[in-house]
Ligand binder design. Structure first.
Ligand code: DCP
Ligand code: MG
Length: 378
């Protein structure tokens, strides 16, 4: 920071993957506002606008102090005209009229409620809204045909929309460890997603599973799922083969071992005693003694299996945040003429795959300083 006419002026590199973004944020009022506009844009199929708001919020997240004056923002990257207008509104009036009217709009409220149903995306929610469905009661009454995921999502709506605590994530981790140890001794389970970045709550729990011997992970996911199912831990599960071919991960093409990547979207049934068994204190949520409420809760859990040769890429790709991932890929493509995915890093100039066995090596290949998970909270 340099001093100019007594206001603090900050200097911030333009890609989020060049910055250290901890969970400490001195500008939550501003970043919450921009994140809400980002969410609204994403729910309205305006991805470009969504990314612009996300990038603007991410810049404010790394500032060492609260912004109090527009002049402090001079020279900062990623702050477009629209984001600056929102920030100015908040600094001058205490709130942004656009954010407030978005929050109160029937369409935004309906999009939030309907996409809160597991298995319902923005497109489906939009179609339902056009058919006059704005809330869960109207959805139930409409006799819309729901798929299996959506039926589970509706059934466990309240649980799934209740944040998952770190204690609950750890309890689920123990169950997944037990499942994996039972069906393939030696296989390794790693907590990924937001909890690996140090977040205290999440919307789900994400795990990456591998085996130190290449190839031993083949066929592992169905075995894990069968074990979990036999023990009564799953309320819902859908296992898919590697979605890599149809993903937007860019031009890095799969080689023969790519089709081993498997993913399971699930809803766990987490009993209160599982949490106690994991050495955690009881949560205030739905405990058995708490007036006859059910002694368990539903938790969204994602499992990913990767061959060890791709583990570092999978780990980096699944730790997030989503914006950090997007920025890494943009950096790779625009600054390095490389293609990064959760499977590989391809150098388009040398026409070769760059190997890596750790996240540190991938950052080095990309010419970036290593950023640890706790500083990827862009
Ligand atoms: N991810 C991705 N592409 C997807 C889904 C996920 O790159 N289609 C990556 C980035 C995410 C990580 O996987 O950070 C986990 O996805 P989540 O949606 O669970 O995101 P988080 O774990 O970061 O957030 P939350 O705490 O809300 O679960
Ligand atoms: Mg997550």
């Amino acid at each position: 920071p340099t001093n100019e006419a007594e206001v603090e002026v900050f200097s911030v590199p333009s890609y989020a993957c060049q910055r250290r973004t901890t969970l400490e944020n001195r500008n939550t009022v501003l970043t919450d506002a921009l994140s809400l506009l980002a969410e609204n844009a994403e729910l309205s199929a305006e991805e470009g606008r969504g990314v612009a708001f996300r990038r603007a919020a991410a810049v404010l997240k790394v500032l060492p102090e609260p912004v109090t004056d527009m002049t402090q923002l001079k020279g900062l990257p990623c702050l477009g005209e629209h984001s600056l207008r929102v920030i100015k509104d908040i600094l001058e009036n205490g709130a942004s009229s656009e954010v407030e009217s978005t929050k109160q709009s029937e369409r935004f409220k309906a999009l939030k409620v309907l996409t809160g149903v597991f298995g319902v995306g923005a497109k489906t929610a939009d179609r339902w809204i056009r058919e006059g469905i704005h809330d869960l009661q109207q959805l139930k009454d409409s006799r819309q045909t729901l798929n299996r995921a959506q039926r589970a999502g509706l059934e466990h709506y309240d649980d799934i929309n209740q944040p998952v605590s770190k204690a609950e994530a750890d309890a689920i981790g123990e169950i997944v460890e037990e499942a994996v140890a039972s069906v393939l001794p030696g296989a390794q389970v790693t907590l990924i997603g937001g909890f690996r970045r140090g977040k205290l709550t999440g919307h789900d729990v994400d795990f990456l599973i591998t085996h130190p011997e290449e190839g031993r992970e083949v066929g592992l996911m169905p075995k894990i799922v069968s074990w979990l199912e036999s023990q009564g831990f799953l309320l819902y599960q859908k296992t898919i083969r590697n979605s890599y071919l149809e993903s937007d991960d860019g031009p890095a093409r799969p080689c023969s071992n790519m089709d081993r990547f498997e993913r399971c979207f699930s809803v766990f049934k987490l009993a209160e005693d599982e949490k106690r068994r994991a050495g955690q204190t009881q949560s205030h949520h739905a405990s058995a003694e708490d007036g006859g409420l059910k002694p368990w809760r539903a938790v969204r859990v994602d499992l990913v299996v990767s061959p060890i040769s791709q583990f570092a890429f999978a780990l980096l790709g699944w730790t997030g945040s989503k914006l950090f991932e997007r920025e890494l890929r943009r950096w790779a493509g625009h600054e390095k003429t490389m293609s990064l995915s959760s499977h590989a890093l391809y150098d388009n100039t040398q026409r070769t795959y760059l190997r890596a066995t750790s996240e540190e090596e991938i950052f080095a290949h990309l010419g970036l300083d290593y950023i640890p998970p706790s500083e990827r909270n862009a």
